[in-house]
Write a protein that binds this ligand. Structure first.
Ligand SMILES: Nc1ncnc2c1ncn2[C@@H]1O[C@H](COP(=O)(O)OP(=O)(O)OP(=O)(O)O)[C@@H](O)[C@H]1O
Ligand SMILES: [Mg+2]
Length: 352
C-alpha cells in the first residue's frame, strides 16, 4: 500500500498543500522550506496509531501542542487527508481525514473537528456523530487509535503503524552503551537501530546483512564481512565488521569504530530492506561521498522492486538527484512561500 495523495491545511509552514505522491518521492528545498515538516505529517499519523503510548493526545503533546503544529499564518486549524492505494497504478482504496482543534477552556485538550474514512470511494465514518454530540470528550480520541471501533478500517491502522523515519545519528549509535539513554524505538536515531536489528529472526537478519555487506563493499572496499553479535557480558546487540587491510585476527571492529558514512549507509540499507510501508529518509546524503550518494536513488528503486516500500527522501544533494531515471513527478520542490512541482532539469537551472 502507498500514500497516493496528501492534502494538508494549516500544518506548520503549510497553509495549504495538495500533492500527488509517488513510490519514490524526493523532497527538496532550501533550509526551513518545510521538508522536515512535511515528513512529520506522516510521523504524526504514525504516532496516533502507535500500539504502545500512541494516541492523538500524545502525538500533539510531543509536538508542543496544537499551537505549534497549527500554521502561524492561519486562523484555521490543521487538517490532514491521505489517499491510499495498493500501488501507483491502482485506484484509491482508502481515504482518511482529520481536523484538530484545541478546547477553548478547561484542560485545553486537542480534539477532533472531524474524522472521516472512505473505503473504495464510499464514506464509512463521519465524525462528529450522534454519540460525539452527546459526549464531546469522545472527540479527544481518534477511532484510528481505538481497536474496539476501527475494525472496519484496520488496514489503515496497520499501514500507518509501519511508517519508519530514519535520521541516523552515528554518535548516538556509536556511544549507545555509554549514553544508556532512552531508546527511541519508532524513530531509530541511534541506539534503537541496533535493537531493531536484534529483534529480527536470525535467518532474515543474516540474509539482510549479507545484502548490506555487498552494497557496503562498493563504498568501503576493505570491508569483508558484517556480522551481528551479542556482547557476552552486557547482552547488548552489536555489529561487527571484518576489514581486510589490517593484520589477520585484528581486523574485527565493532560499530563504535565504523566511520560515520559506514554507519549511516548501514542504517539506510537496513531500513530499505526492512520497510514494507513508508520509509522517511531525512537527508541520507550526510557524511557520504558524492559517488555513493549518486547510487542511492537507483538503489532505492532496486529495493522497491522486491519489497515496494514507499520512500520519501528529503535532500539537499544534487548528486542524489543525478540519476537519469528520476522523473519530474518524483521531485517535490518546496519553497518557503509556495510549493510547486518542477522537472528536475528546471531545478538544476534554478540552483545554478
Ligand atoms: N506552526 C508553524 N507555522 C508556521 N511556520 C512554522 C511552524 N512551525 C515551524 N514553522 C517553520 O518551518 C520552518 C522549518 O521547516 P523545516 O524544519 O521543515 O525545514 P527543512 O526544509 O527541513 O529545513 P532544513 O533543510 O534546514 O532541515 C521554520 O522556518 C519554522 O519557522
Ligand atoms: Mg529538515
Amino acid at each position: 500500500m502507498m500514500i497516493k495523495r496528501l492534502k494538508v491545511k494549516n500544518w506548520r509552514n503549510f497553509r495549504e498543500l495538495d500533492v500527488p505522491l509517488r513510490e519514490r518521492q524526493f523532497v527538496v528545498g532550501a533550509n526551513a522550506s518545510g521538508k522536515s515538516n512535511l515528513l512529520d505529517i506522516f510521523r504524526f499519523l504514525r504516532d496516533i496509531v502507535k500500539a504502545e503510548g500512541g494516541g492523538l493526545q500524545k502525538a500533539v503533546k510531543d509536538r508542543g501542542g496544537v499551537s505549534k503544529i497549527r500554521c502561524l499564518a492561519a486562523r484555521q486549524y490543521p487538517e490532514i487527508e491521505i489517499h491510499l492505494a495498493d500501488n501507483a497504478e491502482s485506484p484509491e482504496t482508502w481515504r482518511y481525514a482529520i481536523g484538530i482543534k484545541q478546547q477553548p477552556r478547561g484542560y485545553r485538550q486537542p480534539f477532533l473537528t472531524h474524522e472521516r474514512v472512505w473505503k473504495d470511494g464510499k464514506q464509512i465514518l463521519n465524525r462528529p456523530d450522534a454519540d460525539d454530540a452527546e459526549d464531546q470528550q469522545r472527540l479527544t480520541q481518534t477511532f484510528l487509535e481505538q481497536i474496539n471501533v476501527n475494525a472496519n478500517f484496520r488496514d489503515i491502522v496497520h499501514f500507518l503503524q509501519n511508517i519508519t523515519y530514519l535520521h541516523l545519528v552515528p554518535q548516538l549509535l556509536r556511544f549507545a552503551d555509554s549514553i544508556q539513554g532512552r531508546v527511541v524505538e519508532d524513530d531509530p536515531f541511534g541506539q534503537g537501530f541496533l535493537e531493531r536489528i536484534a529483534t529480527v529472526q536470525e535467518r532474515t537478519r543474516r540474509s539482510r546483512l549479507q545484502k548490506i555487506e555487498q552494497a557496503l563493499k562498493i563504498a568501503v572496499p576493505q570491508l569483508e564481512q558484517l556480522v551481528f553479535i551479542r556482547d557476552e557480558i552486557t547482552g547488548r546487540p552489536h555489529l561487527q565488521a571484518l576489514y581486510s587491510h589490517w593484520r589477520p585476527n585484528v581486523g574485527l571492529q565493532r560499530e563504535d569504530q565504523f566511520s560515520d558514512g559506514t554507519l549511516r549507509l548501514l542504517g539506510l540499507l537496513w531500513s530499505l530492506l526492512e520497510s514494507d510501508s513508508v520509509l522517511l529518509l531525512e537527508e541520507p546524503e550526510l557524511s557520504l561521498n558524492a559517488g555513493i550518494v549518486s547510487q542511492l536513488a537507483p538503489f532505492i528503486s532496486r529495493m522497491q522492486r522486491s519489497r515496494r516500500p514507499q520512500v520519501f527522501v528529503s535532500t539537499h544533494s544534487d548528486a542524489l538527484l543525478t540519476e537519469k531515471g528520476i522523473d519530474g513527478g518524483e521531485v517535490l520542490l518546496l519553497t518557503p512561500a509556495m510549493l510547486f512541482r518542477l522537472k528536475f532539469s528546471n531545478i538544476l537551472a534554478l540552483k545554478s
